[in-house]
Ligand binder design. Structure first.
Ligand SMILES: [Zn+2]
Length: 244
């Protein structure tokens, strides 16, 4: 059983097309992640219509820096009130690329709120950590986060070891198809800690990705790990069962 643990179906004009393509490729579960209130509402609607789609609620760290305090608070309240309508928290985390010191501190405190919400609801938490890998791990450990999925996480070996020792999952995406350093990194990740994602509709080599690509990603990871396609699908299924 294959899943796309991190994509954004709300950003497609006709997501039913991408859902059908994915189902044809054996992708049985698509977790569509949200970045703000508008995308939560859209993702909720899509997940209500399609059995293979679950939605995640969260505020993306890059959205936090554009929002007022009142907007952030009302969005958090929306998540808490509608928690029964989602299956995971995400995407949340830290992104220090565009943030100043005040915004970094704000991202950290909102990330901590997301961790508390996920823990209380016993839901997986999908974590974005661009230019903030170490800080993310520190906060996740401090707040004793459970069922952690580190999205687009390509780090040094020490941080990877730390993440694995804390029981976190590493979700590998289409960059493993094209980038040598991601392939090298994927070799270091134990298959028991691997999940797959596309972050669709993010473009790779000028081509818009979609959840159907998960089959290629899984095939590549199987090849890297010296496993058959059947074996990687079996392991992916077991990893998913522990998460949901
Ligand atoms: Zn994303």
């Amino acid at each position: 059983m294959l899943a796309d643990i991190h994509c954004h179906l709300d950003e497609f004009s006709k997501p039913e097309d991408q859902i059908k393509n994915a189902e044809k490729m054996g992708v049985c579960l698509i977790l569509t992640n949200s970045v703000d209130l508008k995308s939560m509402r859209k993702n909720m609607e899509i997940s209500e219509k399609f059995r293979s789609v679950k939605c995640a609620f969260g505020i993306h760290p890059n959205e936090i820096i554009k929002m007022t305090n009142d907007e952030i608070l009302s969005t958090i309240t929306f998540i808490e009130k509608n928690i029964s309508l989602c299956s995971a928290i995400g995407e949340t985390g830290l992104d220090f690329k565009y943030a100043n010191e005040r915004q970094k501190a704000q991202q950290k405190s909102i990330f901590a709120r997301h961790i508390e919400i996920a823990k209380n609801a016993k839901m997986p938490i999908i974590v974005h950590s661009r230019m903030a890998r170490e800080d993310c791990l520190k906060i996740l450990e401090k707040y004793e986060a459970r069922k952690v999925v580190l999205h687009w996480f390509v780090s040094c070996e020490n941080l990877l070891k730390k993440a694995i020792s804390l029981g976190y999952y590493i979700s590998i995406g289409p960059s493993v198809l094209f980038e040598k350093h991601v392939q090298e990194f994927a070799k270091l990740v134990p298959v028991e800690s691997v999940l797959f994602e596309t972050d669709a509709p993010v473009e790779y080599n000028g081509k818009k990705s979609e959840p159907a690509w998960i089959k290629d990603v899984a095939t590549k990871v199987a090849e890297i790990s010296g496993l058959s396609y059947g074996e990687i699908c079996h392991i992916a299924k077991k990893n998913l069962e522990k998460l949901f």
